[in-house]
Every structure is written in C-alpha cells, then in structure tokens.
Design a protein around this ligand. Sequence first.
Ligand SMILES: C[S@@+](CC[C@H](N)C(=O)[O-])C[C@H]1O[C@@H](n2cnc3c(N)ncnc32)[C@H](O)[C@@H]1O
Length: 300
Amino acid sequence: MSPDTPLSSQDRPSPLHRWFPHRWRDHELLDCGGGARLERFGELVLIRPEPRAIWERGMDESQWRRLSAAEFIPTGRTKGQWVPHQSVPDTWEIQYPLHTGKNLHFSLEMTRFKHVGIFPEQGANWDWIAQRMGPGKRLLNLFAYTGGASLAGRAAGAEVTHVDAIKQVVSWTRTNQELSGLDGIRWCVEDALKFSEREGRRGNQYDLVIMDPPSWGLGPKGEKWKLEEQVLRLVSATSKLVAPGGAVIMNTYSGVSPSALENMWRAVLPDAKMEAGELCLRSGTGQVLPTGSLLRLERP
Ligand SMILES: C[S@@+](CC[C@H](N)C(=O)[O-])C[C@H]1O[C@@H](n2cnc3c(N)ncnc32)[C@H](O)[C@@H]1O
C-alpha cells in the first residue's frame, strides 16, 4: 500500500474515550508522577502512592512537601500509615456540585488502605447518572463503596439499591446520604454476584446498573470475589437486570482494558450502544492520570 492510499474504514482507529470530572471545586489533582499523586480534598493536600504515574513530576519534591498536610507511606501490599506534616482532622467534609445545582456531600477520613472515602474521577459519572435518572427510575449500584453514584441517582429522584459487602462502608454512605440531605436509599450488605443472580431469578430489572468490581474481595459471608474468575458470571447475571432502554456503567481499577470490557458486554447485549475508554484526572501541571477503565452502555 502506498503512503497516499486512503485508509479503509476498518484501518481507521476507533476513538478511545477519556472522561474527566469537570465540576469539582473541593478536589484538585495538583500534580502526579514518580509513583505518587498530590491532591487537594477541600482544605487538605495529601500525598498518596499512584503506581500508574510512571512519569516525572511537574513540581519538585520540596514543593510537594511544603504543600502537603500528610503523606501515605505503604507498609505492605495493601496497608500503610499516614505521616502528618501538619495537624490533620480525623474527618472532614467535601462537596460535589451536580449540574442540577444539588450538592453531594462526602465525609472523608484517612484510612489505612490509602483511600479517603472517595474516588474523585467518578464525578464524570455522577452527572451522567443524574441526567438519566428521575422519579420512577430504578438504579442498582453494585460494589458501591461510599456511594457517590447512589447519591447522584437519589438526588435526581430515582429509587436506589446500594450493594456493598462491608457493613462499615454502608454506614459511611448513610452518613453521606444524611449530609447530602437525602433519604430513602435501600441498603444491602451482600455479595454483589449473589445479589445479582437472585435479582435475575426474581425477574427484577433496573434502568441503570452500575458496578465497580475490585480485583479481589470478600462477601459478608466470606464469599470469595476474584475478578478474573468471576467477571463473566457477573456480566451475564447483570445483563439480565438491565431493563429495555436501560443503561450500564461498568468501571474497573484492576487493569481490565476498555476493549476487554466492550468484548464481554458485546457478547451478552449485542445490540447495545457502547462507549469504552479511560476515566481520568487532569493535573494542575498538565498530565492526564488514567485511573481506570470505563464502559457506558445503552440498551435499545
Ligand atoms: C473500588 S471500590 C468501588 C468504588 C466506587 N465505584 C465509588 O465510586 O465510590 C470496591 C468496593 O467493592 C466492595 N466489595 C468487595 N467485594 C465485594 C463483594 N463480594 N460483594 C459486594 N461488594 C464487594 C468493597 O467493599 C468496596 O467498597
């Protein structure tokens, strides 16, 4: 083929979507690189490990140190401890302003797993959720953590079912619900896969099914969740829960590529419209930090 031959439609690269949250005022990724991220949550600037940030930092180390209130130092594969550089509160609050004018409130704390109770990049999904949901719509949030997606759906008036394996995490979301001036979310401390398969047997369906499966986890009765072994079962079970005209958001932070997400869903809902790509944060110093893979699907 000569260099001037036009590309056939098959050879043309299909777009990889990149989603960014645009509405944050209480969160900012100030810089990232050198295996870490420097970010502001409200008044508090924190340093956390970020294995995806394999490039050079935009600011020098002395600036990171001067700006930050605390740094998470890992002591094992999943655990570690926070080293304060200044006095830090036990808990504090931030808000996410939805496009509808409503604010989602989150109580944050520095956990020994490096998380603070929010995945800020998910803001890109919350506005999409609030746009699609409304009174009479049903939303199922699986592996729901502190419930940003549940709050966004409920703020729009939807009936929300929130499923997570850890009771304390569900209590944390209840606090966020109260702080956000909301009520009425249905709480389920359950294994997400078991819950989905049972809902399928009952013939229950939802207008939006959201899931963010980790690479491994435990259900409340010790049910083992291992993404690479069970993800197809999860996709098959949840595909039956999507009502006609309904939608799916599937996110993973576990190294599953956007194309792999698309392949799995194409096999179970071949007629659905799909967009797959990366959920990202843009730093103040100009880098794009890819945080995970995301698929959005709409069923005809
Ligand atoms: C990556 S977090 C989800 C983050 C969420 N998308 C957000 O934006 O806040 C994964 C969650 O899955 C939960 N989990 C792990 N294993 C589970 C299981 N077998 N069934 C239900 N939830 C589980 C964990 O407790 C955790 O809250």
